[in-house]
Design a protein around this ligand. Structure first.
Ligand code: ZN
Length: 304
């Protein structure tokens, strides 16, 4: 009998639910709105799971791995989740009780890293760091095939490592000088705003700044250069701690491709500790499906 697993990504507005085989095939995917009410959300997810499984009667479902946008303790308890208005919710228990299968939970960004290890840019490796560079910077750390969630679920917050740039710029986390304030799309836009033509533009995107840099604009080149240098330094720091085989860059800004990847890798190579310098840099591959694959990986990859 074919073994399958659900990967479920619960966001503030949308739930993404996928059914994935042990071989890594995404067999079904659907999206539906997240309810304000917690009970209604879990009821709805369990309903969708039943509907999906009804279409695959020859499959054995081994479980569901669930990502939530908050810290998760012991693969089950979400202590605080601002986007969903949750406090101390045992996701594993709530959903398992309704769906009748084992459920494991993780922080959504961490889960994306696990998905990339299993079926994405880190396929075949067991030690990986993912930087998801979008409006902010999220990500995750995988050591020996396991998500590093830590004691209170706050592990893997790679966007909030301190870097020696913009040390007076406030971060969304309440602190200053985080990687996120320099290297996220918001940070790149903020830095570019100091210069023409960005100063005069009504709306600026990170892509505008990358395009200008590619076209030879010196100020834009300085801004994206700094963003890459900060990411490279953060990669050096995290590598000294967990010595990954692969470092992946994902998120909206990674659409810049080698214009982001190459200078980050160069900054890393220039500063890496020799014992931890043998790292492959690559782009994340799974996009919005990373969390779904990560959820399935919670059951299909053997971390022992
Ligand atoms: Zn921060």
């Amino acid at each position: 009998m074919k073994q399958v697993c659900f990967g479920i990504d619960i966001g503030g507005t949308t739930v993404k639910l996928g059914l994935v085989s042990r071989e890594g095939e995404l067999m079904d995917k659907r999206e539906f709105p997240t309810f304000r009410d917690l009970s209604a959300t879990f009821d709805d997810i369990a309903d969708h799971m039943r509907q999906v499984l009804a279409a695959f009667p020859d499959c054995q479902c081994v479980g569901a791995g669930v990502g939530v946008p908050g810290p998760v303790v012991d693969q089950s308890l979400v202590t605080i989740c601002v986007n969903l208005g949750w406090e101390n919710v045992d996701v594993a228990q709530e959903l398992s009780r309704r769906a009748g299968i084992p459920v494991r939970a993780a922080n959504d960004a961490n889960l994306a890293a696990l998905g990339e290890m299993w079926q994405g840019g880190g396929k075949g490796c067991r030690n990986l760091v993912l930087f998801t560079v979008g409006t902010g910077i999220g990500g995750g750390i995988i050591c020996d095939g396991r998500i590093v969630a830590g004691a209170t679920g706050g592990g893997g917050e790679v966007g909030h490592m301190t870097v020696p740039f913009h040390s007076d710029w406030q971060c969304a986390c309440g602190r200053k000088g985080c990687l996120e304030v320099t290297s996220s799309a918001s940070g790149i836009i903020r830095a570019a705003r100091a210069f023409s033509p960005f100063k005069e533009m009504e709306k600026v995107t990170a892509k505008d700044v990358y395009d200008a840099a590619a076209a030879g604009d010196k100020n834009a080149q300085a801004v994206v250069g700094e963003a890459a240098a900060a990411l490279g330094m953060a990669a050096v720091t995290v590598s000294c701690v967990v010595n990954p085989e692969v470092i992946l860059l994902g998120g909206g800004v990674s659409a810049a491709g080698s214009a982001l990847l190459d200078p980050v890798e160069a900054a890393f190579k220039a500063g890496a500790l020799p014992a931890c310098a043998d790292v492959r840099f690559a782009l994340a591959q799974l996009g919005n499906n990373a969390g779904i694959f990560g959820g399935a990986a919670m059951f299909f990859t053997d971390p022992s």
